[in-house]
Write a protein of this length. Structure first.
Length: 127
């Protein structure tokens, strides 16, 4: 199976922005891992496998129903890739987050095996 391309990462980004969980999960391996930007573990909260990753992403969208990633630049280098973007989202309490971030990816069998998210720790911005 061929390795993902920049166009693949753009499609993944589009699916995230559309909150299309089925499209997102189709682009990830069965044993995928999503390391969130925060959590108790060294890599943030880790979600492992299709069911957990689905739940983790859906929870993130529930916490910020307008979550989106804009100004994205995507790069692929062999079985690794990354996307730099600006995350924007409003929490249920009205706190608005806008911060630069990066998703580091590991690919396997033409899909995303690991999505490791990193985001600048910035105070809420005015809505």
């Amino acid at each position: 199976m061929s390795q993902p391309t920049v166009a693949f990462l753009q499609a993944f980004s589009n699916a995230l922005n559309n909150h299309d969980i089925d499209a997102v999960m189709e682009m990830m391996t069965d044993d995928c891992v999503f390391n969130a930007v925060a959590g108790p573990e060294l890599q943030g909260k880790s979600f492992v496998g299709q069911a957990e990753v689905r739940q983790g992403l859906e929870a993130a969208w529930k916490n910020a129903s307008d979550a989106c990633w804009v100004d994205a630049e995507h790069h692929v280098i062999g079985d690794k890739g990354f996307s730099e973007s600006t995350y924007k989202g409003t929490a249920a309490d009205g706190a608005r987050t806008e911060a630069r971030m990066i998703d580091a990816f590991t690919f396997r069998d033409g899909k995303i095996a690991v999505k490791n998210a990193f985001r600048k720790n910035r105070p809420p911005v005015n809505a």
